[in-house]
Design a protein around this ligand. Structure first.
Ligand code: GLA
Length: 524
């Protein structure tokens, strides 16, 4: 309750600054993601808090959800970041260092991360910027920032959500900046997800430090969706649209689509709003035993295409009569535009969308793609009429001068880690492993470019295949290596061919275990 109040006040104060400060203060064109290339489109994944809260979180549950994410088809739709939230994952020992809670996570937090990486997914973990996490069941990072971020890197986290509980007396910008520095010092690029619920107006400064920031208080209490709250959150988040862009996202919280408490129409509306707002798509429902309708909603690639658009523009409300709102100003990478009509009031409504409202010229000949029925109509020259929509329903449309609606890149990996072991023969040995990535979008991609700085001398990486499916072929050579475990985190980059915009960097881990000292081959 208190948190909701703080966030509401913060939002209220922050709104007056929106027009004046569209960029992080003092660092107008510097965004952290420009360096690590992460989250250039909104992160997609799953997080436990909305449906489970704290108590049932443990290794067994997370692994079951990982398996469901893969087998249901969510992975193939781009969902990748997954892990425990405030799930009593670690404790601080007498030496001040974090250790995994082996009772709840018997494989340890590194073991859980490896399980997730072997499935081609990304590992998300949670902590807090203060002395304790929100429920006080876990230690916060205050005073241990460098050690804790090092521990998260050792566990191979790819995403760290950092809450703002128990932070009395702490300066918010200084604290999150220090945590960002500590992440860089730990040497493992991570999506830094700030979670101050709008406190401290993170949209003004957090893009220089991390990749996404919560803009509002929690969207529901654990276990049950709250539609009225979700609508309030959406309209509050809307006001912050100018602050979002590739690598820096307003986060109106994890999703509630598919949770108890919402109708099918509300699930569809919720998902459409989060897509149109370029919000991170962290599913918050129980993925085991989803209804066919929930699954179809969460994996609707035409809606996800709007969310994952490489231009990264947050659509916003351009008109609102109190019962129905038009969300537009969402140009997409191919010249088309996404438009959403939302009945947030309590009566059935209809509306004719004028081309000028949708960002086109009066009289333009335009095709209209319905992103839920998957049907195209047109060309229309005089706007587009949406027939009656019930309360809580949306029309989610993509409008274009061409009768063609390409899907931007959605990158899916068969694995994000390779564990190679050299058998211990007397001479140098080679070990090979592959990582294959597929683009589920519609265009073939240019060859991925491996960053040579990310490849150590014991490894070579070549890219095989072309277009929509490419393979990183990794060859490790033991020549001259001492017994031990060697690690590399390989980075590859690419561009989306229609817009020329960079894609999020693709990272994967390679471990090479060398079981005995190996000499170098004799020179001839
Ligand atoms: C805060 C966050 C939630 C969740 C809980 C855990 O309320 O906003 O998303 O992480 O903490 O206690």
């Amino acid at each position: 309750m208190k948190k909701a109040l703080i966030a509401a006040v913060a939002l209220g104060l922050g709104l007056s600054l929106v027009g004046a400060l569209p960029q992080p203060e003092g660092r107008a064109d510097r965004f952290h993601a420009q360096a690590d290339g992460l989250a250039l489109t909104p992160p997609m994944g799953w997080y436990p808090w909305n449906i489970f809260g704290q108590e049932p979180q443990n290794e067994k549950l997370i692994k079951e959800i990982v398996d469901a994410l893969v087998s249901s088809g969510l992975k193939d739709a781009g969902y990748a970041y997954i892990g425990p939230d405030e799930g009593i994952c670690f404790f601080r020992g007498p030496d001040g260092k974090l250790s995994s809670n082996l009772e709840r996570y018997p494989s340890g937090l590194r073991g859980l991360g490896d399980f997730i990486h072997q499935k081609g997914l990304r590992y998300a973990l949670y902590t807090d910027a203060g002395t304790l996490t929100c429920s006080k069941a876990m230690p916060g990072t205050k005073g241990h920032e460098y050690d804790d971020m090092r521990a998260f890197a050792d566990w191979r986290a790819d995403y760290i959500k950092i809450d703002w509980c128990n932070t009395a007396g702490q300066d918010i910008v200084a604290t999150y900046s220090l945590l960002g520095e500590a992440q860089r010092a730990a040497g493992r690029p991570v999506v830094h997800s700030l979670c101050s619920w709008g406190v401290g107006y993170p949209w003004k400064w957090a893009g220089a430090i991390g990749h996404m920031w919560r803009t509002t208080s929690d969207i529901c209490g654990p276990g049950r969706a709250d539609w009225a709250m979700a609508v309030r959150v959406a309209f509050a988040n809307d006001k912050l649209a100018p602050f979002a862009g590739p690598g820096r996202w307003n986060d109106p919280d994890m999703m509630i689509a598919g949770m108890p408490g919402l109708s099918e129409g509300q699930n569809r509306a919720f998902f459409s709003l989060w897509c149109q707002m370029a919000a991170p798509l962290m599913a918050g429902n129980d993925l085991r035993g989803m209804s066919p309708s929930t699954l179809a909603i969460l994996t609707n690639l035409e809606a996800i295409a709007v969310n994952q658009d490489p231009l990264g523009i947050q659509g916003r409300v351009v008109w609102n009569d109190g019962d129905i709102s038009l969300w537009a100003d969402k140009p997409l990478f191919d010249g088309s535009r996404a438009v959403l009509l939302f009945v947030h009031g309590s009566i059935r409504m209809r509306h004719k969308i004028l081309w000028e409202e949708a960002g086109f010229e009066k009289g333009d000949e335009l095709y209209v793609r319905n992103l839920w029925t998957h049907q195209t109509s047109g060309p229309h020259t005089d706007g587009f009429s949406v027939a009656g929509l019930e309360p809580g329903e949306v029309a989610f449309l993509r409008i274009s001068k061409r009768n063609d609606f390409p899907i931007p890149p959605i990158i899916v990996a068969d694995t994000t880690m390779l564990a190679l072991r050299a058998g211990g023969g007397s001479g140098p040995e080679k070990r090979e492993g592959t990582v294959t990535i597929e683009n589920k979008g519609s265009s073939p991609l240019p060859p991925w470019k491996v960053d040579p700085k990310s490849v150590p001398s014991w490894l070579t990486v070549t890219v095989a295949g072309s277009g929509k499916r490419q393979t990183f072929v990794n060859t490790a050579t033991t020549a001259g290596l001492k017994k031990g475990v060697y690690h590399a985190q390989v980075r590859a980059d690419n561009v989306e061919p229609i817009s020329g915009r960079p894609l999020s960097a693709f990272y994967y881990d390679v471990d090479l275990e060398v079981v005995r000292d190996v000499g170098r081959p004799e020179r001839q």
